[in-house]
Ligand binder design. Sequence first.
Ligand code: SF4
Length: 351
Amino acid sequence: MTSDPLRSSGALIAAGLLSGDERQQIDAVAAHYAVRVTPDIAALIDRDEPDDPVARQYLPRGEELRDGPGELADPIGDRRWSPVKGVVHRYPDRALLMPIHACAVYCRFCFRREAVGPGKTALNRAELAVALDYIRDHGEIWEVILTGGDPLLLSPRRLRELIQALAAIDHVAVIRIHSRVPMAATPRVTTRLIAALACDKALWLAIHANHANEFGPAQRAAISRLARAGIPLVGQTVLLRGVNDNAASLETLFRVMVANRIKPYYLHHPDLARGTGHFRLDIAQGQALCEQLRGRVSGLCQPTYVLDLPGGFGKVPLMPGHATREAGDGDGSWQIRDSTGNTHAYPPRSE
Ligand code: SF4
């Protein structure tokens, strides 16, 4: 097997991951949304299983060409809250910093799928300096969340410089990094990369995984290297139709996370990103799954089920009280209450 990532329909077909019949459609998808499958991920896919839960997350499908009702290029309203390039300041005490717009793999359901990929701009040195100045000038920012793109694709030298710059800001107490690298590009989790994460502030790593099958030997070893270095690990998961939309899959995933020293943090309702309708469930299905999990696993294994409201209104838990179905003979829309008490309409899943 090649050690290069697979980036085209031809490479995916040659690797036995896609059939040649789909080539035209896949080329059309790849013209819109980036494709990249690493050897780590290709090794986890069962080529004889048409519904393989890892394949479904990474292999492009013709369905992505269909935009559904309510789907948006910027589904969680990042742009609305971006005061300077590369910074999103949606909540007073925390800010996102996006230094890079490339990822090790491109997830087919990604909520930033139109902002990440080859050719999308990363911050240059001058822009990064402006972004850091913004954080320095806003004393209310207690936590900086490095996201993107995947910050662990920065070279260890650039990553260390960035983390040291953030750690030197008095009011920044916590640095959180969101990454797929420990699951999808394990050779990058080197001693040098781990050393680059060392700093005097609390540094947390949020690892994105959606199915227990993603935890192969290479992934477990990479996670273990991070945990042994004393980096606290939390997990973020997206609830995805055809991947993990049943209680048994979620239970196994969260048990595997905790056994690998990752505390499940958020279970995200899939965002209204364009061309991702085939991944979405209705909120009621997600709520029912969380209810089932409650009786099956310990609190350690239970993340908070959340929705990032379209339009940039922020994240809300989807337990009863925050999410209610509209009364009457309407279309089954949901009413979601945000953290300020305002309510927002949210569409039911369309067939
Ligand atoms: S790694 Fe994260 S940002 Fe990158 S494609 Fe996947 S979900 Fe999107």
